[in-house]
Design a binder for this molecule. Structure first.
Ligand SMILES: NC(=O)c1ccc[n+]([C@@H]2O[C@H](COP(=O)([O-])OP(=O)(O)OC[C@H]3O[C@@H](n4cnc5c(N)ncnc54)[C@H](OP(=O)(O)O)[C@@H]3O)[C@@H](O)[C@H]2O)c1
Length: 255
């Protein structure tokens, strides 16, 4: 890693994204916190990008709160320009933002289908395409996508009524492995964290009100992203679960 490392975390206003921003800051990275909820335009859910950015600064790192709807290409371009103008480089992109609106497949409207595909897959594509010119010029970069255990558990996807979400996340995994092959010779890694178990966040609670304290905490997922961000760029094209990341870290720590 270079002396200064700049990360963009998409979906940093709350939930797992907020914890990813803090985990990367604890590893010495400056962090751009991007999402739609701001002090001036808060969501019904808790959390804003300014709050997360303040927490990053409290850890001694530079932070920027950049409002961005990742469905809007012009807003994504503006977010990337601000990052390079104000922080000088982009070393890590974490495509963490997602939405899920549960419904049985037969009842899903086209509008809801498009929303989930546009944010979860389309937003990942737009953010990735926007940072690539900078990473290609640098000759280095790490792109970390986030998928879900719903990809490998079709019965769960059907039971929870989250088929479009599962489809979008399966596409994110396919994007990860194919793009990794294209970018490997250019010094840019592309990996994906597949979050295989339920994490207690407000978003997850809304999607499945049966959430209880037995669910894992967002720090667990953030730790796995931190581990991916710390790998050499030759480590690329992997879809890893939180358990696999934990095991790999523990293996490395063993004498
Ligand atoms: N929690 C779980 O159990 C679980 C399990 C498997 C996988 N995951 C994955 O982990 C990631 C984070 O999940 P979470 O539970 O932390 O979700 P969450 O609490 O609902 O947070 C989602 C984040 O995405 C942002 N976002 C949504 N739409 C956006 C848009 N159009 N433009 C920019 N940002 C947008 C939200 O911010 P704004 O509303 O401010 O825009 C928020 O910061 C997701 O990719 C999810 O699929 C979670």
């Amino acid at each position: 890693m270079p002396e200064t490392t700049v990360a963009i975390v998409i979906g940093a206003s709350r939930g797992i994204g907020r914890h990813i921003a803090l985990a990367l800051a604890r590893d010495g990275m400056d962090v751009v916190c991007a999402a739609r909820s701001t002090r001036d335009a808060p969501s019904k859910l808790s959390g804003t990008i300014e709050e997360t950015a303040s927490e990053v600064e409290a850890l001694g790192q530079r932070a920027r709160a950049v409002p961005c709807d990742i469905r809007q290409e012009d807003q994504v371009a503006e977010m990337v320009s601000r990052t390079t103008e104000e922080l000088g480089q982009i070393d890590v992109l974490v495509n963490n933002a997602a939405v899920v609106v549960p419904a049985p497949f037969s009842e899903i409207t086209s509008k809801r289908w498009d929303l989930m595909l546009d944010v979860n897959l389309g937003g990942t594509v737009l953010c990735t395409r926007a940072v690539l010119p900078i990473m290609l010029e640098q000759g280095s970069g790490r792109i970390i996508n986030v998928s879900s255990g719903a990809v490998t558990d079709p019965e769960l996807a059907a039971q929870l009524g989250i088929i479009p979400y599962a489809v979008s996340k399966a596409a994110v995994e396919a994007l990860t492995t194919a793009l990794a092959a294209e970018l490997q010779p250019r010094g840019i890694s592309v990996n994906c964290l597949r979050i295989e178990s339920a994490i207690a966040t407000e978003g997850a609670e809304l999607a499945d009100p049966g959430v209880d304290s037995g669910w894992e905490q967002p720090e667990t997922a953030a730790d796995a992203v931190r581990w991916l961000a710390a790998q050499d760029t030759s480590y690329t094209g992997h879809v890893v679960t939180m358990a696999e990341a934990r095991e790999a870290e523990a293996r490395k720590a063993r004498p």
